[in-house]
Design a binder for this molecule. Structure first.
Ligand code: CP
Length: 306
């Protein structure tokens, strides 16, 4: 594997290997503190980010490496019209690995075709977010102890929510997994998620407009933000943005060992009165993301050195 653009490029065995590395980093951080000495991560963020950018940067520093890059398109030559392909070729002269976020779907893939160093997709438009999924998978492993036989509710903006698309792909490879897709009509998952992932694999799923109605059956509840930046029409965003607000009261019918996840940032979709519930796992997800990104950087740099 030269780059990581889509979570489905990783086999379940490779995901297990990354999880084992992340767990070993958590247990023995000093063992890894110089693994990337002399290496540079180029952090190329053409779209806003807090968690993904800072966790990639923290990951590289904790591996003993360095970071170069930019956090907005306007401070790069993209503002003068430079293509993603030329940016990737240029940055390959300065760094050892690239983490790229871009509002255009497929931009990190184009970069990976032109770069001579590994490229990691740090989120491309409404398409994919594979390293968020790595964070999600470590969270599920730590909280539930397994990937199979889980009922996973994904709730909110299933149309534009790239984290949901990557998570459904990754979890659909485990046995006994069923999905409950909770969204308003306008924000249902794209048809390709059903025709290319769920239906061919015979994955059980159902769609619901009501979170309360399905709450008792869920092992995992994955809340998402309505993606304002992907709407063409502000009025539609305003109408839909508060469709689902998870509150402590709405959890009254939930399982005692429900795992509540959210890729963050949240706006209103999880009330702060849920944060102290032991079932709230979204800030653990943030921390696990850093360790999985450390494991991924190590794996890609090792493979590039072969
Ligand atoms: N989860 C996530 O991608 O967060 P950021 O947009 O802050 O990176």
């Amino acid at each position: 594997m030269k780059s990581l653009i889509d979570i489905m490029e990783l086999s379940t065995a490779e995901i297990d290997e990354l999880i084992e590395t992340a767990l070993d980093i958590i247990a023995n951080p000093e063992k890894y503190s110089e693994k990337c000495k002399g290496k540079k991560l180029a952090s190329l963020f053409f779209e806003p980010s807090t968690r993904t950018r800072l966790s990639f940067e923290a990951a590289m520093y904790e591996l003993g490496g360095n970071v170069i890059g930019f956090s907005e398109a306007n401070s790069s030559s993209a503002a003068k019209g430079e293509s993603v392909a030329d940016t990737a070729r240029t940055v390959s002269c300065y760094a050892d690995i690239i983490a790229m976020r871009h509002p255009k779907e497929g931009a990190p893939y184009v970069a990976s075709l032109k770069a001579s160093i590994p490229v990691i997709n740090a989120g491309d438009g409404g398409h994919n977010h594979p390293t968020q999924t790595l964070a999600d998978l470590l969270t599920i492993r730590k909280e539930k102890g397994r990937f199979d036989n889980l009922t996973i509710g994904v709730c909110g903006d299933l149309k534009f929510g790239r984290t949901v698309h990557s998570l459904i792909g990754a979890m659909s490879r485990y046995s006994g997994v069923r999905f409950v897709l909770i969204s308003p009509e306008e924000l249902k998952v794209p048809e390709y998620i059903k025709t290319e992932i769920l239906d061919p694999k015979g994955i059980e799923y159902k769609e619901s407009a009501s979170l309360e109605a399905v709450m008792p059956e869920l092992d995992i509840l994955y809340m998402t933000r309505v993606q304002r930046e992907r709407f063409f029409n502000e009025a539609d965003y305003i109408r839909l943005k508060d469709t689902y607000i998870l509150t402590a009261e709405k959890l009254s019918g939930a399982k005692d060992d429900l795992c509540i996840m959210h890729p963050l940032p949240r706006v209103n979709e999880i009330s702060v009165n849920v944060d102290d519930d032991p079932r709230a796992c979204y800030f653990k997800q943030v921390l696990y993301g850093k360790y999985m990104r450390m494991a991924l950087i190590l794996k890609l740099l090792e493979e590039a050195a072969k």
